[in-house]
Design a protein around this ligand. Sequence first.
Ligand code: ADQ
Length: 447
Amino acid sequence: MGRLVVVSNRVPSPREVTQAAGGLTVGLADAIKGQPTLWFGWSGSTQGRDGADPEPGIVRKGTVTFATIDLTARQHKGFYQGFSNAILWPVCHYRVGLMQYSRDELEVYLEVNALFARILAPLLEPDDTVWVQDYQLFPLGAALRREGVKTRIGFFLHIPFPPEQLFRALPGADLLLTDLSGYDLIGVQTAQDAGNLRGALQAVGVDATVGAFPIGIDPDGFARQAVRGEASKEMGRLTQALAGRALILGVDRLDYSKGIPERFLGFERLLKRFPAHRGKVSFLQVAPVSRGDVAEYKSLRRQLDELAGRINGEWAEIDWIPLRYITRPMPRKVLASVHRRATVGLVTPLRDGMNLVAKEYVAAQNPDDPGVLVLSKFAGAAPELSDAVMVNPLDPDEIAEALDLALSMPRKERIRRWEAMNEAVHRVTAASWARDFLAALAAMPAR
Ligand code: ADQ
């Protein structure tokens, strides 16, 4: 068998691969163990110069070769901040109204994809299998074909794919859909995403194979971390701060797709409508700033600062702070134990490809006394985790009612729901996700 070639916008450092933090890295780290691999993408630097193609920087670590290129500041702005994060991201999350479309940025997006293809093609060997990751690289498969690449190329979309009419509101959408014909297999997270993408491809007359490959986590590894961290200094401080109160936990990147303001309002509605919980619960939201240079993310941050201040101002007591809100990242092993401590995991994205936090919350629980997951029905994880308490995150009353139910749920029912969800989290893992996708790709006829 030839090499596996992974292409992603950001390439993890060799250290990140060995310590495998997020879902993508965990899944791929497992898939590439002992397997000759080339990982190609952007270096993270914007020191590139317009005019000449950059030279790839090459680092070898065990069986993995990392090849990365610098972008220019102009390319990074148009390709990454602009078209990927201010145009494609909102459209794929069903938020066409937030899209900041610009034709210039579409052109830079295509330019960078063509650049990736030009640099990568000469590094490829005929029996390589190429696996392209995510929405920054929709057109890469077609660009590689234009460079004469004939090997199998697969694509995985980590974020949702919206209904055809919604996606095609994006100028340039038909071009992106047509370019998907460069891939031998396109993977998405859920059956719903697959149906939407098939519909869109059909509408523009593109014949491509689409399958649902939901991503997972390493549940046993996460559970071990959660147990190990319990004795840490941080957990001691948390115990002290909680003073016996129930903990409601939210963990997200600071992103408008995650429904954080709606969640704050839902928590406030709990205090308003169910007075028995006043002074008895503490809500902790961990949301490290991400994409801080995109306008929409700046205004979300302002909105949350204001909401958190207002809710605490209105409801706090001299010895009780209802809501704690942290915009700095938290070490993963501390986070795992905080999940285990939380009585309720509150995961309420307005739209999410999968949402690995929901799966991590389940994996971290104590089997004898598990907490309750309150989950948005618009998360990709919802079909697999149907034993969560499901909510429509747009209705603060529904969130409040779900929180009240979760906080007063008898142990027996908590255990029943958790066991079913824990089984789901073990059924599909990060490793099985990568294995299943690559097996399906290998089974596709060669070009
Ligand atoms: P994300 O939008 O980043 O990922 P998610 O899947 O929830 O969302 O999280 C990815 C990882 O980041 C998880 O392992 C999580 O623990 C970590 N993380 C999130 N918030 C954190 C925080 N506050 N502190 C520390 N770590 C945090 C995209 C898609 C998702 C899809 C994944 C994987 O948007 O829908 O599930 O890719 O395909």
